[in-house]
Ligand binder design. Structure first.
Ligand code: ZN
Length: 64
């Protein structure tokens, strides 16, 4: 029997401190504000960062 593993969050690397944090997919939308718990950076998700995140989300959804 195969059990589908649906991951609800994706790792995102902070561009300032480099720490990886898992963020819920639901929160990862274009223009979303990402808060880094390590360096307290508030980051708006857009441009190539958003494209990278989108690619990760599509990868996860494609497997589902
Ligand atoms: Zn950070």
């Amino acid at each position: 029997m195969q059990v589908a593993m649906i991951k609800q969050s994706i790792p995102f690397s902070c561009p300032v401190c480099g720490h990886k944090t898992d963020y819920p997919i639901k929160r990862m939308v274009e223009g979303a504000i990402i808060n880094c718990p390590f360096c307290k950076l508030n980051l708006k998700l857009h441009g190539h960062m958003w494209q990278d995140v989108q690619r990760e989300i599509e990868k996860l959804r494609g497997k589902g």
